[in-house]
Design a protein around this ligand. Structure first.
Ligand code: HEC
Ligand code: HEC
Length: 171
């Protein structure tokens, strides 16, 4: 009987170790990467003027404010018909930084003060802290343009992949 119990404990221990390995290691809380998400209206309507920004990069309050002011979107008119706007708003809200279970989205969300509703990812404390070693001059390179052009340096940014091994600053 005693040996049987020890066996059970051993198996239970091995199973949880395997689960930890499969999820990517000890320090991972809900994974590091943002999950790949898809919505055809979002892809069609939000990639015409710039790259697609993953919904996990901003909290719901930011997306909601942005989607309610598309006629004055950073100096552009990005208005949508009501049905499309509602669908895209729902999609962004459902996958927003405060609904995500990955580490980066959580950190972005935590870096935004309760009384602030930033419309730019590039204005969050998380962003500025992570990029404090990239100079303003580098961001202005022709091959980059501005900090908002994540894909210039993070080639899989549209998929929500910002892993360090994928970072390459173009000349
Ligand atoms: C008509 C062109 C246009 C369309 C369509 C458009 N945008 Fe933009 N967007 C802009 C411009 C211009 C900026 C400011 C870019 C800059 O300053 O570098 C911007 C900036 C942004 C930023 C801030 C990026 C940062 O600096 O952190 C987000 C987020 C964003 N747009 C999301 C969206 C979403 C979501 C949609 C779809 C509903 C959308 N955009 C559709 C023109 C557009
Ligand atoms: C000029 C190139 C460049 C641009 C443009 C850029 N990044 Fe980065 N990013 C970097 C570099 C370099 C690092 C820092 C890597 C380090 O310090 O280890 C970084 C780090 C990050 C990290 C943290 C990675 C980690 O695991 O520590 C995230 C998340 C990130 N960037 C998101 C973005 C987003 C979102 C945008 C666009 C709104 C963006 N970046 C635009 C170069 C860039």
């Amino acid at each position: 009987m005693k040996n049987w119990m020890q066996y059970l404990i051993l198996v239970a221990g091995m199973t949880s170790a395997a689960t930890l390995l499969a999820s990517g290691g000890l320090e991972e809380e809900g994974g590091r990467q943002m999950p790949v998400v898809n919505n055809s209206k979002w892809q069609a309507e939000c990639s015409g003027c710039h790259m697609l920004y993953h919904p996990g990069l901003l909290p719901e309050k930011s997306w909601s404010k942005m989607m309610n002011g598309l006629d004055k979107h950073f100096g552009e008119n990005a208005s949508l018909d009501a049905a499309t706007r509602d669908e895209v708003t729902k999609f962004l809200a459902a996958n927003s930084a405060d609904k995500q279970d990955n580490r980066r989205s959580k950190r972005i969300n935590q870096s935004i003060p309760a009384d602030a509703t930033p419309l730019r990812i590039t204005e969050t404390r998380y962003f500025t802290a992570k990029h404090d070693e990239v100079s303003a001059k580098t961001f202005k390179r022709k091959s980059i343009g501005s900090p908002s052009n994540c894909v210039a340096c993070h080639k899989n940014a549209e998929k929500g992949d910002f892993s360090e091994s994928q970072i390459k600053i173009p000349r």
